[in-house]
Design a protein around this ligand. Structure first.
Ligand code: THU
Length: 140
């Protein structure tokens, strides 16, 4: 099966954005994670009255995909409000990096004019802390 293109993945992210639960910030975000098997897993931000319990759209998609048995991903698209260039927050970059240790995961965003851009998680989070950093730790 041909993987879907950036525009189609962004359209899936925009659709997922419609399910966002963001009554506090009113800043709705959707994500669409393309798994290696071609499945597109949606995510949206899910806010909480205890603000720190909020989860971003990107992490919602990752945890949903993993809970569904998928851990290999090709790309993720992120859709936020029109008129701003939105990229994954630092926490989400770290979580996406967990499942793309080589940094090749494609990250699809929109710029302030609405044009689709693409980069990689390795570009967005160089020198990420990863599983290899936990190997043979000095116990001091
Ligand atoms: N948010 C996301 O869902 N993804 C991002 O990449 C940035 C921020 C959410 C978290 C919160 O619900 C709202 O946007 C405002 O920070």
């Amino acid at each position: 099966m041909d993987p879907i293109d950036d525009a189609a993945l962004m359209a899936a992210a925009e659709a997922a954005r419609g399910f966002a639960h963001a009554p506090y910030s009113r800043f709705t975000v959707g994500a669409a994670l393309l798994a290696a098997d071609g499945t597109v897993v949606p995510g949206c931000n899910v806010e909480n009255a205890s603000y720190g319990a909020t989860i971003c759209a990107e992490r919602t998609a990752v945890v949903s995909a993993v809970a569904g048995g998928r851990r290999r991903f090709l790309a993720v698209a992120v859709a936020g409000p029109a008129g701003i260039a939105l990229g994954p927050c630092g926490l989400c970059r770290q979580v996406l990096s967990e499942f793309s240790p080589d940094g090749s995961l494609r990250v699809v965003t929109r710029d302030a004019a609405g044009a689709i851009r693409a980069t990689t998680i390795g570009q967005l989070l160089p020198a990420a802390f990863s599983a290899t950093d936990l190997e043979n730790p000095r116990q001091s």
